[in-house]
Structure formats: C-alpha cells, structure tokens
Design a protein around this ligand. Structure first.
Ligand code: ADP
Ligand code: MG
Ligand code: MG
Ligand code: MG
Ligand code: MG
Length: 638
C-alpha cells in the first residue's frame, strides 16, 4: 500500500451495510483467481523481509525520549526515488499504523542463491541509512518493538493531548495524532473497529509485581476523563490500554516466501505454523507498556486485543443481535487450521466458518481444507472500505478478497498470487518482534528462510495438533518463555508419520526452546543441527558461510539462555536503572537512557555481549560478487 489513494473512506454505518457486498464479490474474486492460478507451476524461491521502524526524538539536555510524529513527512521523501524509478531502488518504504512508524523492505525480493543470505543485513543497513538521511537533529530511527512510554503523558513530539470524547480511538491516554495521517486506511480501521465492537478495545496486560508495586495496582482513570466505562473493564494488577495504536503501533519483523506451486505453499504454511510460538518466545522484545514493566515479554496478545472488533454478542457476553456467530477469537491471532493434506488430521480445533461461503467454494471445485480456510477469513466484516473500491470487475480485480485477507492478521498468511503478475503463491511468517540491530534481524530472517529450505529438502514433518500450537502461542509470550516455558513439539520430525494416528499423544511432547533449536541427545534432533547438515551438502562461499554461522550462533545462544532475549535485556535495563524504585514504573529519564543505550548498541558503538555475544558483525555485502553468483552452481532447493 502506497500513499496515494483515490476516493474517501466510507462511514461505518455504510460499510456495515456494504459488508455483504464485499464478502459476496470477494469470494467470487477468490474463486476466479483460484481457477486461473491453481495450476501455476515452477515459480522459484523468492523471499523478502519487512522491518518496521520507529522515529524517536531525543533531548540530551532534558534527558527525554519522545515518539516523533513525522513519519508522513519522511514517507513523502523516502518514496521519491521509487516514484522516479521503481526498478532501481534498493529498498521500498511503506506507511504503517503509527504516525511515528515506517516499514522498509528490500527493493527486490531475494532469490535462491546461498549468497543471498549474505546481502540481507547489508540491505537492512542501507535501509537504515537511507531513512536516517531524512532525520532532523536529535531524531533517531529505532527498530524497537514497543516504545516504552507510548500512551504515557508527554511522550510525543509534537505534544498531543488525549481526546477521550472525540476522534477515532477515544483513548484516555493518547491522542489520535499518533496514528499515521497520510493514508485514510489507518484512522478508518481504528474508527470502524471501535464502532463495530460498540465500545473501545480493551487491553489488560499483567503488570510485573515488584516489591513496591502497589497491591493491588489500580489507576485512577476518572482523573483522565473516564466516564466509568474504562474503570469497569480495567483489571487490577494489569496495565490497562484502550486503543488500537497500543497494538498496531508495535514494530515487528516479517518474512514472505514464494513457493514453486500452491501445494508447496500449503505445505510451508503448515510446517512453519508450529514454529510461530517458538519464534515468538525467541524474538520477544516488548516487556514494557505505557511506562510500566509488564509480566509478559512480547507484543502478540496486545496486538490481538487492540483490533478485537467483535461485538458483545459475538464475544458471548450478550445474546446476538443480528450478528451471525459467536466468535472465539480476535481477527488477529494464531493460525487455527492447517491447509495441506498432511495437516488435515491435525486440525483438532473446531473451526468457525461461513457455511454459505464454504459451500460456494466447494461447488466451485475448491477442496475442503482451502474452502474452510477462506470461509473462516470470511466470518469477519469488512472494516475499511474506500468509495472508489466499491464496484469491481470480479474477473480481474481482487480488492474485495484482499480487503478481508489483509484484515485477518494471523501468525502465518497464505498469499495467493496477485492477478496478472509474475508473483506466485506465497506464505508469510508473522510472529516475530523486531530486534534492535540489523545483525539480529538478519539472523532471524535467515534462520527462518534456511529452515524453510531444510523442511522442503528433508521433507520434515513438524505438525502437531493445531490446538497445541494455539496453546503454545500463549506460552510464547510469557516472561522469559525461552528459559522458563516448555512447548508442545513433535518428537520425531524426520519421519513423515503418514501412518500414525495424528492425535496420539506419544507423537509429541513438551520441550524447551533450547531442546527444539539445539537438540537433545537421543531425544530430539534439533533444528540447527538439521540446518547444519543441510549446509554441509551445499556449495556455500566462504563469506556467506561465515555470516550464516554467526547468525546460527546467535540463535543457538539465545535459545540456550547463554545470551539474553531483547525483552530480558530491556527488563534488566529497567531493574538496574538508578531511578527505578522497584514499583514497575518506567519513567521518562529511564526511557531516555534505555533508548539511548539501545541506539548505541544498534549503531555498534556500545558493545552488549550479554545480548549479542562477541561476534556482532557479519561479512555482509550489498551485492553478490559476480564470481560467487557464477560459482554457486548449486542453488537452494525450491
Ligand atoms: P505485506 O505488507 O502485504 O506483507 P509487503 O509488500 O510489504 O507485503 O512485503 C512483502 C515482502 O515480500 C517483501 O519483503 C518483498 O520483498 C517480498 N516479496 C516481493 N515479491 C515477492 C515474491 N514474488 N516472492 C516472495 N516474496 C516477495
Ligand atoms: Mg508490508
Ligand atoms: Mg502490511
Ligand atoms: Mg507492516
Ligand atoms: Mg507483511
């Protein structure tokens, strides 16, 4: 999505009436697309990352750090190169939900050469520098999942007061000025989600109970202008938040892969699904919300609650008033059903789907698994509609389908090819919190991509009942989940298990992240040992080999607890800060110091061996040397 839009957003009342129209045409568009593209074959591996950044304004004299609400200004500048020549840019910039956020991707996706693993980090560095050219003095660009004091008083530049009675979020804590102003999608989503729900969103994050944290911890919300509705839902001993930006204003790291055909895409979607909770735990980077230390380490459930548009009826709190279903989950959440034939028998959780849509898909030759997946996406209403999007050619357009697809935020996304493009069937891996340095982000991305290659070339089977994956997501966000939690995981991932009874409990057990990633003698083979045995059979140039090994080492040591997660590091910074009063409060001076330290670590001017180890640079290069591209005859498996 770029900045240019035509037309204007349609009001919620109208959108609600038109939701049937969007669903009706969306499903026809999917059917047409499927018929055209189901037999598409032979696409090669392509992949790319998405990194979300935040803009922070430091004041070194006053020792303050505030969110700088200038991303629209920045975007206008950053998009100039692409507008001039889209094929020549090294990176692409897109708006994100926060008025302080931008999203950057490589200019072109990477391909199947091993040497591509060596250019990811250089591209991330380039991106950072390109954006940094547009900064004003004392502004910095951070890859930091959640700004520590988002929603605390006086935490933006320019300052902006909350407007609890007007506007689209009606938050007690922050102004709508924190929402990206340059595209109507964001404020429309925030307005319509609140209006559809019939009340503000409710986010209650357990507070980290320290010695001097009030017992119970309870805030006086009436002092902020609460009419009583927030006090009713804010839980004791929780950090209460009431607006979409608290979730969608968090920065994350995503990876998209192209598969050779739809079957492979369905396999990858399924096989990577059980890894989502593991990667959530491993990349955890958000232990502070609204100036308080939390008892969780990652953003996942905060985002989920921040876009929960279900009515009281749909949440099962009141009789339904014309809505169709009681819906157990938010539109942001874990994958709830597998898509591949192999996954079918592990679908042990009843999936709510629109029966009419399902039947229509089946009648058009779409199989049960894909039909229920799409019909599940279509239980949701459209929550953002532009006036110019209404009438479409269902043979050639897919906007109505994409409308629902892009507002179903799951841990994985199954992405059909856009119409009339060279792009194939893709899957997107979405659970990770963003890390502070390019080195770490590149490590996470390369690890996932390598793993996807190992899964395909060794025909691994990571499947466990989907109910266990959903349960693992809850475990994955817990404080220090990497070291303290166990996760359901398949015991033998190297045999396909075709003959097994899927739900037999001796197929899976509970493992630590360390056991899953590094293996456990005689018990579990370990994902990194499998990646290494795969690499041993590949033709890898020396620099790329060295880079990959540094990335794997980081993942290995994070998993074993030898290195801290970002969340553990932030937590430590809070607890050891001289101004910390053991009361869970993260004040302005602490925020300044922590952000400044994080920035110095990210710039490589401050070492942080407890987080990164001693080896924090790679042999990354901006382009693949021609000799290596030629020498590397052995491509990655597609
Ligand atoms: P979204 O925000 O919908 O997830 P984006 O376009 O922001 O999608 O980013 C998708 C990622 O997919 C980018 O990293 C991009 O480089 C990558 N990408 C682009 N084309 C392909 C392709 N054909 N196959 C796989 N990945 C691709
Ligand atoms: Mg994107
Ligand atoms: Mg997006
Ligand atoms: Mg994004
Ligand atoms: Mg994405």
């Amino acid at each position: 999505m770029g900045l240019l839009t035509e037309g204007h957003p349609i009001s919620w009342e109208e959108t609600k009436k038109l939701s049937k129209h969007v669903r009706k045409h969306g499903i026809i568009q999917f059917i047409n697309l499927y018929k055209k593209l189901r037999d598409r074959e032979g696409d090669v591996l392509k992949w790319g990352d998405e990194v979300e950044y935040m803009l922070v304004k430091l004041n070194h004299e006053k020792k303050t750090a505030k969110l700088s609400l200038r991303s629209y200004e920045l975007m206008l500048k950053l998009n100039e190169k692409e507008q001039a020549d889209p094929s020549a840019v090294k990176c692409l910039w897109r708006p994100e939900f926060g008025a302080y956020m931008i999203e950057g991707t490589p200019g072109q996706p990477y391909g199947g050469l091993m040497a591509h693993f060596n250019i990811v980090e250089a591209n991330m560095k380039h991106r950072r520098l390109e954006a940094e050219e547009q900064l004003k003095s004392e502004e910095i660009l951070m890859t930091f999942t959640n700004f520590l004091r988002l929603g605390s008083p006086d935490s933006t530049e320019p300052p902006a007061n909350p407007t609890p009675d007007t506007g689209y979020q009606r938050s007690l804590f922050l102004s709508d000025e924190v929402v990206f102003p340059g595209h109507p999608r964001f404020k429309t989503l925030a307005t319509n989600i609140r209006q559809r729900r019939g009340e503000k969103v409710i986010i209650n994050v357990p507070i980290y109970k320290d010695e001097n944290t009030p017992k119970p911890f309870r805030e006086d919300l009436s002092a902020l202008g609460d009419d009583g509705s927030s006090a009713k839902v804010a839980k004791d001993d929780h950090i209460y938040m009431d607006a979409m930006v608290f979730g969608m204003g968090c920065c994350c790291l995503q990876v998209t892969f192209q598969a050779s055909n739809i079957r492979e895409a369905r396999t990858l979607y399924d096989q990577l699904t059980p890894l989502c909770p593991i990667m959530l735990a491993l990349t955890a980077a958000s232990p502070v919300y609204r100036g308080y230390l939390a008892d969780i380490d990652s953003r996942w459930f905060v985002v989920s609650n921040s876009v929960d548009c279900r009515t009281r009826g749909e949440r099962g709190l009141e009789p339904l008033k014309g809505e169709e279903f009681i819906i157990k989950t938010s539109r942001y959440g874990s994958v709830e059903s597998y898509l591949s034939e192999q996954g079918d028998k592990y679908n042990d959780t009843p999936l709510l789907y629109d029966k009419e849509v399902y039947n229509q898909l089946i009648d058009n030759g779409i199989d049960h698994l894909l039909a229920q997946h799409v019909a599940h996406l279509f239980i949701r209403d459209c929550v953002c509609l532009m006036s110019t999007q209404l009438d479409q050619n269902d043979e050639t357009d897919t906007d109505h389908f994409e409308n629902l697809q892009s507002t179903n935020w799951r841990s994985m996304r199954f992405k059909p090819p856009p119409p009339n493009s060279s792009i194939g069937w893709r899957v997107e891996f979405r659970p990770c919190d963003v890390q502070m340095t390019d080195f770490e982000n590149a490590a996470v991305v390369c690890f996932i991509v390598l793993l996807s290659r190992v899964i395909l070339s060794y025909n691994l089977n990571l499947l466990i009942p989907i109910s266990k994956v959903i349960e693992n997501m809850t475990r994955g966000e817990k404080r220090d989940a990497v070291n303290k939690e166990k996760f359901w995981f398949r015991k033998d991932i190297t045999s396909t298990g075709e003959k097994d009874n899927a739900l037999e409990t001796d197929q899976y057990g509970e493992f630590t992240v360390n056991e899953i990633i590094n293996g456990k003698d005689g018990v579990f083979v370990g994902l990194i040992p499998l990646i290494n045995s795969y690499l041993n059979n590949m033709n890898v140039d020396a620099d790329t080999h060295c880079t990959i090994q540094r990335y794997l080492k980081l993942i290995r040591k994070r998993s074993s607890g030898e290195l801290m997660t970002t969340a553990a590091w932030i937590r430590k910074e809070v607890i050891n800060h001289p101004e910390y009063k053991k009361d869970s409060v993260v004040n302005e001076a602490m925020t300044y110091d922590i952000i400044k330290n994080a920035y110095e670590i990210q710039k490589g001017v401050r070492s942080c061996p407890e987080l990164l180890g001693f080896c924090t640079t790679s042999k990354t290069t901006e382009t693949i040397p021609a000799a290596i591209a030629i020498a590397e005859k052995c491509h990655l498996v597609n």
